[in-house]
Design a protein around this ligand. Structure first.
Ligand code: AMP
Ligand code: ZN
Length: 473
């Protein structure tokens, strides 16, 4: 088997992966802020994590995978005056913050299931770990890394050596990124100091989620949850930590400053991987910009979500990827073609003994695959090897077995015959358009009548921020 090398954002180099305690690997993947729908940008990030996890397993490691659910404390950016994203979701959907969190946590994991992403071993909600976060805050205060003020408990970034240099960032970038807090955090000693505990005073006096603490009633800042929960489930030092490219400037440096400050152990996580964004029309696909496409949208258009997974795998996770429906369509064609070829191979049960040359060919293809995927998860090169196997002269049964062993990493469900056609009939789409038009014109009664007709024909219409979705009942 080849070496597994990963690009480590800490050192900004590709490094051979060696775990602290082989064959065990502790993996922490920053989870979702559950205030709006999961979209296919999230799909890209969590598919990368999933391929990483499957690759580790392929290389013989036993992975313990922990993921947080951010259901409190993550503030929105400048334009929204820095409220908690959960409060924003609560207003938008007319539900309590708790209902919003529950609904979108389910939506997130349901969406990730559609992409055949293996669920984490531990799913940890921030609101279920308030005592752990308070414990860590206390340690940081005791060690002089944090200070209490009338509005919040802050982390003092000047106390953490080289805080501004983590991941090769510079402090100027951070000042921009924390601008919103600078304006409102009057008692900060340094503009890049960040909140560990917000008090329910001032702009947060009506915050709906709050807990008692020795600093006063309040709620945790976003970053402390990941330090507290990763330490709880994986120990003070563990192997791999992942996130999206947006985490390089603030969230992950803050996690490092918190965890290493509190435990005194360095490094907190040894390898840090960051997935670049999925873009749409050249812009980040995001909940806050509202330019997102969900997994349901993908299905609504008649695609198999696994075709989307295939599309993700055609590009490298450290490069941004621009999504288009055309590219998804090509990925769907390739996936269907691949599955058809595998079905054909499955039918041929002519197991012949492998000649030494063919055995050699097979071994070299297997090695080529592990070299590709072991090279910082080069999924597109690994996919190309599948086509090479198909063209090779090894017996059908062995081709099939080899490709299915690769699929342990790809997670493309290649043995499936074909995906069920979920295409929505034209007639139903037209009815939905008609209903949308009526709603725009304020003809809600008439629109409701059209909805009933759609329902009678076996479909449900759901109105979402991304537009109305038609689902087969
Ligand atoms: P959020 O819930 O917005 O905090 O996002 C959860 C994770 O998904 C983070 O690691 C983000 O970096 C990642 N993410 C959000 N949007 C995208 C996108 N368009 N492309 C790739 N990753 C994303
Ligand atoms: Zn995190």
């Amino acid at each position: 088997m080849a070496d597994l090398t990963l690009f480590n954002s800490l050192t900004r180099k590709k490094e051979v992966f060696t775990p602290i305690n082989p064959p065990n690997v502790g993996l922490y993947t920053c989870g979702m802020t559950v205030y709006d729908f999961a979209h296919i940008g999230h799909g890209r990030k969590y598919t990368t994590d999933d391929v990483l996890k499957r690759t580790l397993t392929y290389f013989g490691y036993k992975v313990k995978h922990v993921q947080n659910v951010t259901d409190v404390g993550h503030l929105v950016s400048d334009g929204d005056e820095g409220e908690d994203k959960l409060e924003k979701g609560s207003r938008k959907f007319g539900k309590t913050v708790w209902e919003v969190a529950e609904f979108f946590t389910k939506n997130f994991y349901d969406s990730m299931d559609k992409l055949n992403i293996i669920r984490p071993d531990v799913i940890a909600k921030a609101t279920d770990h308030i005592p752990e976060q308070l414990d860590l805050i206390k340690k940081l205060i005791d060690k002089g890394y944090a200070y209490d003020t009338p509005e919040a408990v802050y982390y003092d970034v000047t106390k953490f050596k080289d805080y501004g240099k983590i991941f090769g960032q510079n402090l100027e970038d951070k000042k921009v990124a924390v601008r919103e807090e600078v304006e409102t955090g009057k008692h900060k000693k340094h503009p890049a100091d960040f909140a560990l505990w917000f008090k329910t005073v001032g702009r947060f006096k009506d915050h709906s989620m709050h807990w008692p603490s020795s600093y006063g009633e309040g709620f945790p800042g976003w970053h402390i949850e990941c330090s507290a929960m990763s330490i709880k489930y994986l120990g003070p030092q563990f192997d791999i930590h992942t996130g999206g490219e947006d985490h390089l400037s603030i969230h992950h440096p803050n996690e490092i400053a918190q965890s290493e400050g509190a435990t005194g152990l360095k490094p907190f996580a040894r390898y840090w991987l960051h997935t670049r964004f999925l873009l749409v029309d050249g812009e980040k696909m995001s909940k806050s910009l509202g330019n997102f496409i969900t997994l349901e949208d993908v299905e609504k258009k008649g695609f198999d979500p696994i075709a989307l997974r295939y599309l993700y795998l055609t590009s490298h996770y450290r490069k941004q990827m621009n999504f288009t429906w055309e590219s998804l369509s090509s990925a769907q064609t390739a996936l269907t073609n691949l599955r058809n070829q595998l079905q054909a191979l499955k039918m041929q049960t002519d197991r012949t003994t492998l000649s030494p040359e063919k055995q050699e060919k097979m071994d070299s293809l297997r090695l080529k695959f592990s070299n590709a995927i072991g090279n910082d998860l080069n999924t597109s090169e690994a996919l190309a090897i599948v086509w090479e196997v198909l063209k090779s002269n090894i017996p059908s049964v062995d081709k099939y077995d080899l490709i299915m062993s690769f699929d342990e990493v790809f997670g493309l469900k290649l043995s499936e015959a074909k995906h069920e056609d979920k295409e929505i009939p034209e007639e139903i789409k037209e009815l939905s358009d008609k209903r949308n038009k009526l709603r725009k014109e304020g003809e809600f009664d008439k629109a409701d009548d059209v909805r009933k007709v759609i329902e009678e024909k076996g479909y449900t219409v759901k109105d979402t921020p991304g537009g109305s979705l038609i689902i087969k009942k």
